[in-house]
Design a protein around this ligand. Structure first.
Ligand code: ARG
Ligand code: ZN
Length: 872
């Protein structure tokens, strides 16, 4: 395929937030007419263009890899236009014109999956951020809002279903075997929210009546055969619609809401107005093929896309620097929704774990950027954990500072003020300030400064007073050497050792580089519990006695703080061990303390099993590496495995009893049964570290008895990680059975690839090499690529192989994938980009791979930006 867009000869221009200029031309109306075909779709676009005020510039229309077959102005052929790079420029004399442009595109050749593309015989679109310009010439920027009328004509046999945004207006059959449909979306929207789907699909249907009595027809379109697996997504949609009315006062605004599931998709899903398009993995589920984690992810992503109807569509973004305006806020909303649907404490711990695993490394690496970036080359590279998850944390802090009622007054004002507009992060902050009556002056630095703030806490005690000194620093990040102090809201409690109770939580708001807080009335030194609920996305340095961490792990009534105390206990032990900083005696004491806390969590009858499962998760290797200036991944891995082995052997009896107890719980989606499934596999993980033969026996039994994917995948994951020779037959047999059992189910075959790529098995690198040549592997399906290679890149032992073979594998992948799909290829650069934080020998190998990529000709803008920043 020749792609005009992906081979810039010179480095891409840098686009700066400060250079924003309002558009000179608007497009209040657009009519699109598609003659659909997999290889040659003809597009006719009629743009009603309107000059803004006294603007004097020509009409500039963005394009990417397309050519204009004809241009008409007000119905008359027009030759007075020219191309400036990819842009089509027309000098227009008057104030209002109709510009008609014809283009032809080849969806089947569109392997980047941006714009209009083919997936398994159907046609679909992905336009965010800049895919619309791959369909037709248009001012492809989110501050140009238009009313869309879309007409599609296509073969009835190949494309029986024809969908676009808004409402169906008319449809009919032609004599030549084609049919057509026309859709109209009454809500003005930016081009990134345009969508079209044409294919042989079946719908699962339901309905929802809004609180003002509007009946909304709901449909989830999937391939025939998949309609039995849409029930959970439909329930999530209905729950989301009700929740957004109850919690944010937001009602749906069309008579129908359609979702389409697509197997080839770069991201998770897309919030196109009235026509959400989803990666199949966030729609399809049944107990046999989807894990409890998959069920939760579906609920969260369906809600996320639905919530965008207000936070994203009704109020959209002025420019792409404002991406967190819709993404940060919508992630917060989906997190709050999932917390309300299930266990709020467990959800909070999971969200913090994701933030620490995915976002903290961004903040401390070469790609660090504020949640509102200042510059980019390729906007696709900024769909990051920083913009999404840290963006959500920043707005969550506003809820902490304002309280829920006042925060709601702020969001009401925001939606009220900016409905129908393309807004900025500043608009959002001001609406919260005005509505919640909150001064967010200094707080705005969270939008400006990158890097995870570090808070150092020192608690002393004298007489009857406890004194807490808090100081903060924000580390330097690329382009931001000097930082200003942030506003850091810390929910805090001081515990009496004697009673095991605290006297009420306080919100301490740190605004200065250093502040002192005093607490009278303590005759003995209390125990400090700080950043409860993870009220601020910061790292806390707190020198604490092991005994105090053990105390909090047993007594803290804030579930996150209890989890955090256990994590700290283990992180401190592991960091000391890895740094060679742990004399035998201290090692023994540390291990004993961790074992005792584990034993009490295992025995604590007051804990529900979902929460118990959270408390029993070891800190991730990446998070341990984050604590070190330069990490040796093999030492971290060895020490973490040693801790796991110790816990496995010391608590062998309790783990086996736990496995037996949980095995007896029958399958259901209730919390208790889900908790049992979570613990069942966790017990196997610890046992596998200390007694692989017994663990393999239990895992095989769990696999053979499984009536659901959570148990089956968990058992297979454990078996796949056991390198012991006498267990190898069981490992191979289970993997072969799994593949045969689910042949043809792409989402489950993805699991088969990723289980092997994430396995603890010592031969994982060789396994992945072999899997890349498996007939089921393909570089053209993003889910499959991620299943194999993202899992591999996130497997520290395999990726950080001492000879650099893991780095080479990922670099080879990037080079091979880039011409096919630069957007997905660029996602594999950050793991290599972490080299500065890795010990020198491996760092040199990682850097060499980045340099090899950088030297390759014709890199996509996506990969080039990430690689060059990683080498700077
Ligand atoms: N707006 C979509 C969502 O968060 C994601 C779009 C992804 N686009 C991209 N270029 N990565 O739900
Ligand atoms: Zn989103």
């Amino acid at each position: 395929m020749t792609d005009l867009s992906s081979t810039p000869a010179v480095p891409a221009p840098v686009i700066h937030r400060a250079d924003y200029r309002p558009p000179e031309w608007l497009v209040p109306e657009i009519a699109l007419d598609f003659a659909l075909s997999l290889t040659a779709t003809h597009v006719r676009a009629d743009l009603e263009v309107q000059r803004v005020g006294t603007a004097s510039g020509p009409l500039r229309l963005d394009g990417d890899g397309i050519a204009a077959k004809s241009v008409l102005i007000d119905g008359t052929a027009h030759n007075d236009w020219y191309m400036d790079g990819d842009s089509l420029i027309i000098d227009l004399p008057g104030e209002r014109h109709t510009v008609t442009i014809e283009t032809e595109i080849n969806p089947a050749a569109n392997t980047q999956l941006s714009g209009l593309y083919a997936s398994g015989g159907m046609l679909c679109t992905q336009c965010e951020a800049e895919g619309f310009r791959r369909i037709t010439f248009f001012p492809d920027r989110p501050d140009v809002l238009s009313r869309y009328t879309v007409r599609m004509t296509g073969e009835k046999a190949a494309f029986p279903v024809l969908l676009s945004n808004g409402n169906p207006v008319a449809s009919g059959d032609n004599a030549d075997g084609t049919h057509w449909a026309e859709w109209h979306d009454p809500w003005p929207k930016p081009s990134y929210l345009f969508a079209l789907v044409a294919g042989d699909l079946v719908a699962s249907r339901d309905s929802f009546t809004t609180r003002s009595g509007r009946r909304v027809d709901l449909a989830i379109y999937v391939r025939a055969g998949d309609e039995t697996r849409t029930g959970h997504a439909m329930k999530a949609l209905i729950d989301s619609m009700r929740w957004d009315e109850d919690v944010y006062g937001r009602e749906y605004d069309l008579d129908l809401f359609n979702i389409v599931a697509v197997a080839d998709f770069n991201a998770g899903a897309m919030e196109n107005k009235g026509l959400n398009v989803f990666n199949t993995r966030y729609i399809l589920a049944d107990p046999e093929t989807a894990t409890d984690g998959d069920y939760d992810a579906i609920e969260g992503v369906v809600a996320h896309e639905y919530f965008h109807n207000w936070s994203g569509n009704r109020v959209t973004c002025r420019d792409w620097f404002q991406l967190s305006l819709k993404e940060g806020f919508t992630v917060l909303r989906d997190q709050q929704f999932s917390a309300d649907m299930g266990s709020a404490p467990v959800k909070r711990i999971e969200d913090v774990r994701i933030l620490r695993a995915a976002q903290f490394p961004e903040d401390s690496g070469p790609l660090a950027h504020p949640i509102r970036p200042d510059a980019y080359q390729e906007i696709s590279n900024f769909y990051t954990a920083t913009v999404y998850n840290k963006g959500a944390e920043v707005i969550r802090m506003m809820t902490v500072l304002a309280g829920p009622e006042r925060f709601r007054r702020g969001t009401d004002l925001y939606f009220d003020r900016h409905d129908g507009e393309a807004a900025t992060c500043e608009d959002f902050v001001r609406a919260i300030e005005d509505g919640a009556e909150l001064d967010l002056g200094q707080f705005r630095r969270w939008y400006e400064q990158a890097g995870t703030p570090r808070v150092t806490a020192t608690l002393t005690h004298a007489g009857d007073t406890a004194t807490l000194v808090l100081s903060q620093t924000v580390p330097a990040t690329p382009g931001q050497p000097d930082k200003q102090p942030m506003v850091i809201p810390l929910r805090t409690a001081l515990f009496d050792r004697a009673t095991g109770q605290h006297r009420g939580e306080q919100l301490l708001v740190l605004t200065e580089p250093e502040q002192t807080f005093t607490f009278p009335g303590f005759t003995a030194p209390p125990v400090l519990s700080i950043n409860r609920g993870f009220s601020a996305p910061v790292a806390i340095d707190l020198p604490m006695e092991t005994a105090d961490l053990v105390f909090l792990a047993a007594h803290d009534d804030d579930p996150f703080a209890r989890y955090e105390a256990m994590q700290q206990l283990m992180v401190r032990h592991l960091v000391a061990a890895v740094s060679g900083d742990l004399p035998d005696e201290a090692r023994g004491e540390g291990l004993a303390a961790i074992r005792d806390v584990y034993a009490s969590v295992l025995a604590d009858a007051a804990l529900d099993d979902l929460m118990r499962g959270e408390l029993l998760i070891l800190p991730g290797e990446g998070y341990i590496a984050e604590q070190l200036a330069q990490a040796d991944p093999s030492r971290i891995h060895a020490e973490r495995e040693a801790l796991k082995r110790w816990l496995g052997s010391q608590l062998a009896g309790p783990w086996q009893a736990l496995h037996d107890r949980c095995t007896a719980v029958p399958y259901s989606l209730e919390a208790a049964a889900r908790g049992a499934r979570k613990l069942k596999t966790q017990a196997l993980v610890y046992l596998a570290a200390s007694d692989p033969v017994e663990a393999a026996r239990r895992a095989k039994a769990q696999y053979d008895a499984a009536d659901n994917m959570t148990d089956r995948q968990g058992a297979l994951m454990v078996l796949a990680g056991i390198g012991t020779a006498e267990c190898d037959e069981a490992r191979r047999a289970a993997l072969a059975d799994f593949h045969a059992r689910f042949a043809g189910n792409a989402l489950v075959i993805d699991k088969w690839f990723s289980i092997q790529a994430s396995a603890l098995h010592p031969d994982t690198l060789a396994h992945v090499t072999a899997l890349a040549a498996h007939p089921d592997f393909t570089l053209t399906n993003p889910n499959r690529v991620r299943a194999l290679y993202m899992a591999f890149a996130a497997n520290p032992q395999a990726f950080h192989a001492a000879d650099g073979a893991g780095y080479r594998m990922i670099a080879d992948l990037i080079l091979k994938l880039d011409p096919i799909n630069g957007n997905v290829a660029a996602r594999f650069v950050p793991p290599l980009g972490r080299w500065r934080r890795i010990e020198p020998t491996r760092a040199a190998l990682m850097r060499a791979e980045l340099e090899r990529i950088a030297a390759a000709p014709g890199l996509s803008r996506d990969v080039r930006e990430q690689v060059s920043k990683s080498l700077e």
